[in-house]
Design a protein around this ligand. Structure first.
Ligand code: ATP
Length: 363
């Protein structure tokens, strides 16, 4: 296995008659040998372009890409020993599953027919494709096609494995299963892997580290816990987390030059401390006692929406002072009803302050 280094990589697309598009501005990243890094960001932030530059399918405008210390610039895709499993599978329809998997290996040469067959069977066994080795892609489900694309990408024992939205076409049950298998396989085989996804659950659950991108720029690189618990800026705070972090104005004062500030607090870090019935209602991680007999807490408001997801509940509360809405995660089966007045308490060490002018975090 090799490490992958992206050193100030930049990509500008120039199309005649149109202004140039800077798809990737200045991308620095070191992916350690055997590590799985997820590129996460909204549509158009430059994830696929980054992946395509690593694969050699797109030229770089500036910077360098090195695998195991060797620059990839100027090397054709076939010479890079980088395996790619694309979102759209890119399987060869006339070929069987076995031939699709072994295609790259055969093209490279050097293995006997028997060794090839053994390699394909071993991989098919690990990835759960053994029973469909003789089938054609047209007869496969989306999940099976995605596995074949993955098997083909790793058959040639690449230095780096690139996965483009690997779970996007799967239904929820398949996605969970495939995600676990993918993680197990990646750990077992120890491939240095870069995964592209716009699905944060996929990135946070699969990756050792996540790169959050926006507008061609890297906003934060960190472990899933780091980007969730310690977001570098307003963009990361809003983008990572579902339901999204609450952002409240009017609670944090303003910056030295009068810049507006917002307080961020995640739904699970807000507790319903008491409601108009006077009872204490636990919710979120930050349970704090209310004073009872009245509505207190850091802020007060009225419940406008109650959602019950069995394992947890969500309350949308309209704050009395500012009319802003805040989402609160409660335990199973929320005890409140729409129209009720509640007091909410924030877990102090889990609130964040951002400068809305710069988007930066105020620490
Ligand atoms: N061949 C191209 N020519 C011109 N502009 C392009 C080209 N490919 C991508 N772009 C532009 O570069 C930017 C980044 O695109 P890219 O596909 O890398 O984003 P992405 O994050 O992968 O988005 P998605 O999740 O929708 O695939 C976008 O503004 C896109 O329109």
């Amino acid at each position: 296995m090799s490490d992958l280094v992206m050193d100030g990589v930049r990509k500008v697309f120039t199309t005649r008659g149109r202004p140039p598009v800077e798809a990737v501005a200045h991308f620095d990243l070191e992916v350690r040998s055997g590590e799985l890094v997820g590129l996460l960001g909204p549509s158009g932030c430059g994830k696929s372009t980054t992946l395509r530059m690593i694969a050699g399918l797109e030229d770089v405008t500036g910077g360098d890409i090195r695998v195991g210390g060797r620059s990839m610039l100027g090397l054709r895709p076939q010479r890079r020993n980088i395996g790619v499993a694309f979102e759209n599978y890119a399987l060869y329809p006339p070929l069987s599953v076995a031939d699709n998997i072994s295609f790259g290996l055969r093209a490279r040469g050097g293995l006997s027919a028997r060794a090839l067959r053994e390699r394909v069977e071993d991989l098919a066994e690990r990835i759960g494709l053994r029973d469909i080795l003789d089938d054609r892609p047209v007869n496969l489900s989306s999940g099976q096609k995605q596995r074949v694309a993955l098997a083909r990408a790793i058959a040639r024992e690449p230095d780096v494995l690139l996965l483009d939205e690997p779970l996007s076409h799967l239904d929820a049950a398949q996605r969970d299963l495939t995600r676990r298998e993918l993680r197990r396989l990646q750990r077992e085989l120890g491939y240095t892997t870069v995964l592209v996804t716009h699905d944060q659950e996929e990135a946070l659950s699969l990756a050792d580290r996540v790169v959050v991108m926006e507008g061609g720029r890297v906003r934060q690189v960190g472990t899933p816990d780091e980007v969730y618990d310690d977001p570098a800026d307003l963009f990361v705070a809003e983008f990572v987390g579902e339901p999204a972090m609450n952002l409240l104005t009017g609670l944090a004062g303003s910056g030295p030059a009068g810049q507006e500030r917002v307080v961020g607090v995640r739904p699970e870090d807000v507790a319903v401390v008491c409601d108009e019935s006077g009872g204490e209602r636990g919710g979120g991680r930050g349970k704090r006692g209310g004073s009872g007999g009245g509505v207190e807490g850091d802020v007060g408001g009225e419940v406008v929406v109650v959602e019950d997801f069995c394992e947890y509940g969500l309350l949308t509360v309209e704050l009395a002072a500012t009319r802003q809405r805040i989402v609160v995660q409660t335990g199973p089966g929320p005890a409140q009803l729409p129209g009720q007045s509640v007091g909410l308490a924030f877990q102090r060490d889990r609130t964040y302050i951002f400068d809305t002018t710069t988007g930066g975090r105020v620490r």
